[in-house]
Ligand binder design. Structure first.
Ligand SMILES: *Cc1c(COP(=O)(O)O)cnc(C)c1O
Length: 402
């Protein structure tokens, strides 16, 4: 065995022994409000399937029909022979839905961020990024040669200070980038204030709406629509993998951004385009979002119901304002223990610890969807109550009564 493989074997063995290696959770049923794990049906509070679209008949039918018409794969990267007519149809639909001049799809939200940040910025540009932005933004920033500035989470005064520093230090073009909805806390970026500060500094704004698409804005158009900032947030990145229920990422922006990505976006240039089934299912997802607004309404009704229930029990849900509701318990090990206790009680909600969140910010992250019934959410709340008391995270039932 090579030195590399033997040392990796030792590393993972040590991690596993210390309980620091989470095994993959395997679902034995389709993604839905309830799933089967380890031979047992559990209520699923871990997926990003906000609108329940992964199993929507229209998406499934569209995927099957497109496969019959267009084949199973696309055959090449977009810039060679991998641009099918439906790829361009989806991009036109996305641009219209997001209210932008153009759009471009990529293999994932992750690669969309890499492509934009890598292709649009160079020395001596600057990128100014919220400290809690998603890993794909952080990785994209690592790939640019632009100067890097970080502002405190949702801290507009610090943003202003970082913008001033970028100007003082002679940076040329400046881009402010933020998540629309933050994935660990479920809080919303203060976009109106960000846009105001950016405009004053003649900086552009980019929002990553992975967790906002389908959730915020009219028919799920996202955070820019939610705040009425069309045209003032010039670059909107989104994913087709969460509320849209399929796979992929996109950039909705002025045509110059699309053209720049086609010329210089490395994930776009050097990785094959989506298979027809994915593209057609995404087209169907947009149609469903426009035609079935009751899904978004149910998502929010469920969110209010579940969040109120957790808070009534006495859990700390942080600063959540969206369907992402963390239950913050402190150390990572406690979060994992709560997650395990919930699983024993028929609820699947992942524990998240350091380094994904701060050392004292260990949590079980919950995401409700439009597909959950109120009865399922009530059962999940009972499991939270029972597990919370069993682990001493909530006062015991007798103590609470006395
Ligand atoms: C999930 C997520 C991504 C990645 O999207 P994928 O389509 O899963 O690659 C990017 N940004 C944010 C903020 C996300 O939450």
């Amino acid at each position: 065995m090579s030195e590399l493989i033997s040392s990796l074997t030792e590393e993972v063995a040590a991690l596993r022994a210390a309980g620091g290696l989470r095994e993959l959770v395997v679902l034995q049923s389709p993604q839905d409000a309830e799933v089967e794990i380890g031979g047992r049906r559990v209520i699923n509070l871990s997926s990003n399937n906000y609108l329940g679209l992964t199993s929507h008949p229209r998406l499934i039918e569209a995927a099957v029909a497109a496969t019959r018409t267009w084949g199973a794969g696309s055959g090449a990267v977009r810039t060679i022979a991998g641009t099918l007519a439906i790829h361009e149809e989806l991009e036109a639909r996305l641009a219209a839905f997001k209210g932008t001049e153009a759009a471009l799809t990529l293999q994932s939200g992750y690669t969309a961020n890499l492509a934009v940040l890598g292709a649009c910025l160079d020395q001596p540009d600057a990128v100014v990024s919220d400290q809690l932005n998603h890993a794909s933004i952080i990785d994209g920033i690592r790939l640019t040669r632009a100067h890097r500035y970080r502002f405190g989470h949702r801290d507009l005064d610090d943003l202003e200070a970082q913008l001033a520093a970028a100007r003082r230090e002679g940076c040329r073009r400046v881009l402010v980038v933020t998540d629309g909805v933050f994935s660990m806390d479920g809080d919303i970026a203060p976009l109106p204030g960000i846009v105001e500060r950016a405009e004053a500094a003649r900086a552009a704004v980019m929002v990553d709406d992975a967790h906002a698409s389908g959730v915020l804005g009219r028919q799920g158009r996202g955070s820019v629509d939610h705040f009425g900032l069309q045209g003032r947030v010039e670059i909107q990145v989104g994913t087709l993998s969460k509320a849209m229920g399929v796979l992929g990422g996109y950039v909705a922006a002025p045509r110059a951004v699309r053209d720049t990505l086609i010329r210089a976006g490395r994930p776009f240039l050097f990785s094959t385009s989506h298979p027809p089934a994915v593209v057609a299912a995404c087209l169907a997802a947009i149609a469903v979002m426009e035609e079935e607004p009751e899904r978004q309404e149910r998502l929010w009704a469920n969110t209010r119901h579940f969040k109120a229930g957790l808070e009534r029990l006495g859990f700390d849900c942080g600063r959540s304002e969206t369907p992402i509701t963390p239950v913050i318990v402190g150390e990572g090990a406690r979060a994992m223990a709560l997650s395990d206790a919930l699983r024993e009680r028929g609820v699947f909600a992942q524990g998240i610890g350091f380094p994904t969140v701060a050392r004292d910010g260990g949590r079980v992250r919950t995401i409700v969807t439009a597909a959950h019934t109120p009865a399922q959410l009530d059962r999940a709340l009972e499991a939270f109550e029972d597990a919370g008391r069993a682990l001493g995270l909530l006062p015991s039932a007798t103590a609470a009564r006395s």
